[in-house]
Design a protein around this ligand. Structure first.
Ligand code: GRG
Length: 310
């Protein structure tokens, strides 16, 4: 079995003095606190409880952290980006709740806990996802402060595009259509993942920079960084489905094989999948060169994508 630990060279580890674990832990605490405040437990309590159950169930908080990091990198503040960062986690959580439903991927565990529909029933789980999706946009529009209105509008439009049929929803549809077809082409596999996973990750990175008022060239560089880490993230997700335990993943392991799903390892094998992920991470990091040492968090997050074990 191939381990994806130490996927980058020891030399690279020496070069970086940036403490990513401390950085991520600090940001996670800030994001969790903001999410806790964002969704109050009010009437009708049942739906707010279901929304809070999944949003506050843990998770790496990679999407909000990416948004905060690019906003800071491009001259903005954490405060400017926090409502959007929270909204991104609400949207991501919504997609996990719906993805876990029996009509979709049908999973009992997520983030180490029973899935939303297992606790609250399918009806409430669907509504909890709907509630989170709508609230995410309301939250950006109503809570963002210190940012010109046209930038907020740009963020809302970009996010709507990434989540709808042109993004997440479209990727999920092609994924559903591809079930039980282990022979789908690399082009179709790439379409699924650039839409289902990549579009939201790209939005996280670019929205942080939009809020800070970045020029178009920087938005393009950051967008290419995000597209590369998005694909690497999915390749690693496919590898982990084979190599990691349910305990480490917090969700059912080995599902892709069981469902005879086409994945990067099924197409390329584990070794080549690791090589491709590593190459994408290097390409992503190259896009950050012009930002200098300020881009250390984003450089380290790119490495983390291939080094993670869950
Ligand atoms: C209703 C607008 C709407 C969309 C729903 C269900 C669906 C359409 C799309 C599925 C999207 C999906 C679940 C993609 C998988 C993304 C992925 C790799 C999730 C795991 O992300 P991590 O590892 O999880 O960051 P944590 O728990 O750490 O946040």
């Amino acid at each position: 079995m191939v381990s994806i630990k130490n996927i980058h060279s020891p030399q690279q580890e020496e070069e970086s003095t940036f403490d990513l674990s401390a950085y991520l832990a600090g940001r996670q605490v800030q994001v969790e606190a903001a999410l806790d405040r964002a969704i109050p437990l009010t009437y009708p309590e049942k739906i707010y409880e279901a929304m809070r159950y999944s949003v506050l169930a843990g998770g790496k908080r990679l999407r909000p952290i990416l948004c905060l990091a690019t906003c800071e990198l491009t001259g903005g503040t954490l405060e400017m980006a926090m409502p959007t960062a929270c909204a991104l986690e609400m949207i991501h959580t919504m997609s996990l709740i719906h993805d876990d439903l029996p009509a979709m991927d049908n999973d009992d565990y997520r983030r180490g806990k029973l899935t939303n529909h297992k606790v609250y029933g399918e009806d409430i789980a669907i509504l909890a996802g709907d509630g989170l999706l709508a609230y995410a946009f309301e939250f950006i529009a109503g809570q963002t402060q210190g940012v010109p209105a046209e930038r907020v509008l740009q963020v809302i439009a970009k996010l709507g595009n990434a989540v709808g049929a042109a993004g997440l929803v479209g990727g999920q549809v092609v994924d559903l259509e591809s079930e039980g077809k282990p022979d789908i082409s690399l082009e179709t596999l790439n379409f699924i993942h650039t839409h289902k996973t990549g579009a939201l990750l790209e939005s996280c990175v670019v929205c942080g920079a939009i809020l800070a008022g970045s020029p178009a060239e920087d938005l393009q560089r950051l967008s290419r960084y995000a597209q590369n880490i998005g694909l690497a993230f999915q390749i690693v997700d496919d590898i982990l489905d084979i190599t990691a335990t349910q305990e480490a993943l917090g969700k059912t392991a080995g599902k892709d094989l069981q469902a005879q799903k086409a994945t990067y390892p099924s197409l390329w094998g584990l070794e080549e999948s690791e090589r491709q992920a590593r190459q994408l991470v290097e390409a992503a990091k190259a896009e950050l060169a012009s930002f200098g040492p300020k881009a250390q968090p984003l450089q380290a997050i790119a490495d983390f994508i291939t080094n993670r074990n869950h």
